[in-house]
Design a protein around this ligand. Structure first.
Ligand SMILES: [Zn+2]
Length: 107
C-alpha cells in the first residue's frame, strides 16, 4: 500500500466525509476511478460504475479511499456485506497476468 503514502490527504479525516450523500459520493466515485481505474475489484472485468467498500460499513468500514474500490453495480449488490474472503471463495478472480486487483491484499 506504499502508493498511498504519497497521497497528500486522507478522505477519512476530512470534515466533508461526515455526510454520505450527493456531491460527496460523486466526488469519491471520481477519486476512486481516478485512483484505481474502472476494473471491478469483485470480478476483475472493466466497466465498474459504482464503488464498493472493502470492509463493509456494517463491519466498521469507512469511506476512505483506502477502503473503496471500483465495482459493477451488479457485483456490488451481489456481494452485499459479504466479507471479501467469502466473496472470492465463491467467485475466484480470473488470472489476469500479474495484476490482481489491489483488494486481494486484504484477504
Ligand atoms: Zn464486476
Amino acid at each position: 500500500m506504499s502508493r498511498f503514502a504519497a497521497w497528500p490527504w486522507r478522505l477519512g479525516s476530512g470534515p466533508a466525509v461526515g455526510r454520505y450523500g450527493g456531491r460527496v459520493v460523486t466526488e469519491l466515485l471520481v477519486l476512486v476511478f481516478a485512483t484505481y481505474g474502472t476494473r471491478c475489484h469483485l470480478c476483475g472485468e472493466e466497466g465498474a460504475d459504482t464503488m464498493d467498500h472493502l470492509l463493509p460499513r456494517s463491519m466498521g468500514g469507512d469511506h476512505s479511499l483506502e477502503n473503496l474500490r471500483p465495482a459493477h453495480r451488479s457485483c456490488n449488490s451481489a456481494r452485499g456485506a459479504m466479507p471479501l474472503s467469502e466473496w472470492f471463495k465463491a467467485h475466484p478472480l480470473p488470472v489476469a497476468g500479474d495484476r490482481a486487483p489491489p483488494s486481494r491484499e486484504w484477504l
